[in-house]
Design a protein around this ligand. Structure first.
Ligand SMILES: C[S@@+](CC[C@H](N)C(=O)[O-])C[C@H]1O[C@@H](n2cnc3c(N)ncnc32)[C@H](O)[C@@H]1O
Ligand code: SF4
Ligand code: SF4
Length: 351
């Protein structure tokens, strides 16, 4: 019997309508064509009964067929008493499809936003400039359409060198949408996965810390919270950041109460995990069998870097758990090093 899971994330398909320069899902492994079968989604949800199902792609709202698949997956989740979230770039949505999503039980949408600057948006999403400009306008409208259906929307910035200066403007924009009954948050997703290309895209530690300090000060006086994922600015090194009100820090719960299912049925410790290192495959074994017998998962939960021993943030309020284990495992093949130290060392090397 597995303990209560907070979230199971299903990649319903791999293909996407964008080519983001930082995408952790573009890992050079053989591409999986087609959809994750709904029978497998249903069987796994019925077995695990997580609080939330997170559905995503690639871009799961991209085509009529993928939207139909998504709607059916959400109906299955709702029938099983599981709450529905999607992760989306929101580019292919329309007011009608937003309505259909809500009708099928969508409660929460994590919408990739990144910047309000049209040229930077095109650059980050891999579009030619004129396409990027048009798509940013559409994205703004589609986020509003989701909000007006009553869906909680997290407008999320994945933090790179290109948009680290845009956080305050994004916060103000997200806050300006929070009128009437609309439920808006701003999200900050730190870059993870350690291909050298991605480390090159990551802002310097001090730049990120300054940008977050300014953002969290703004949020303290603001009307909407900031929700922060995969932060490498760990409590032991950046304690001041954690003192701000109106911030929701999501610590690392990979392997604990969250897992990712790849479109080919592989179970991974998170979506950004090295796709060559699955725990097992749902076409071959049940989720519980995979979850309970995985040596890598056991190690991920048990191994503590020396610098983290005795730290009250390891499990506690912030559940730091060495911030990004995926980074550490890719870089070292084990879990014993502190992620923060690897990030600082990589930064020094780049200089
Ligand atoms: C992989 S995407 C899938 C859903 C959808 N296509 C989208 O872009 O929102 C889910 C989230 O992961 C973020 N993401 C992608 N690559 C990342 C990386 N290397 N590090 C951190 N976040 C990343 C995206 O910005 C997005 O917010
Ligand atoms: S981050 Fe999302 S939108 Fe961008 S390429 Fe990856 S899956 Fe597609
Ligand atoms: S768990 Fe480790 S990295 Fe995280 S705050 Fe504690 S000492 Fe720092």
């Amino acid at each position: 019997m597995i303990p209560k899971m907070r979230a199971l994330e299903f990649q319903l398909m791999q293909s996407c309508n964008a080519r983001c320069i930082y995408c952790a899902y573009e890992q050079g492994y053989p591409r999986h064509e087609g959809f994750l079968p709904l029978e497998l989604v249903e069987r796994t949800l019925a077995e695990v009964r997580p609080a939330w199902a997170w559905f995503e792609g690639g871009e799961v709202t991209a085509t009529e067929a993928s939207r139909a698949h998504l709607l059916e997956a959400m109906r299955i989740a709702r029938r099983l008493g599981v709450r529905n979230r999607i992760n989306t770039n929101a580019q292919a949505l329309t007011p009608d499809s937003c309505h259909a999503l809500r009708e099928a039980g969508l409660e929460f949408a994590c919408v990739s936003f990144d910047t309000l600057d049209p040229d930077r948006y095109g650059l980050l999403r891999g579009y030619p400039p004129e396409v990027g400009r048009r798509r940013l306008d559409e994205l703004r409208q589609n986020a509003i359409a989701l909000l007006d259906e009553g869906v909680t929307v997290d407008l999320e910035a994945t933090l790179t060198r290109h948009n680290v200066g845009d956080l305050l403007a994004l916060y103000d924009h997200a806050e300006s949408l929070a009128t009437g009954n609309r439920n808006v948050l701003m999200g900050v997703q730190f870059l993870v996965a350690t291909y050298d290309k991605l480390f090159g895209l990551c802002p310097e530690v001090e730049t990120m810390a300054r940008a977050m300090e300014a953002l969290l000060r703004r949020a303290e006086r603001g009307r909407i919270p900031v929700r922060i994922c995969c932060s490498p600015l760990v409590p032991c090194m950046h304690a001041g950041l954690y003192e701000h009100a109106n911030a929701i820090w999501l610590g690392c719960t990979c392997g604990f109460d969250y897992a990712h299912v790849h479109a080919n049925g592989d179970v991974l410790l998170c979506g950004f995990w090295d796709h060559g290192q699955p725990l097992g495959n749902l076409h071959e074994r049940s989720f519980s069998e995979i979850w309970e017998t995985s040596r890598m998962r056991r190690e991920a939960l048990a191994v503590q870097p020396e610098a983290c021993r005795g730290c009250e943030s390891w499990e506690g309020k912030h559940r730091c758990h060495n911030s990004c284990m995926s980074v550490v495992h890719r870089k070292t093949g084990a879990f014993a090093k502190r992620s923060y130290d690897l990030m600082v060392a990589a930064e020094a090397e780049r200089r």
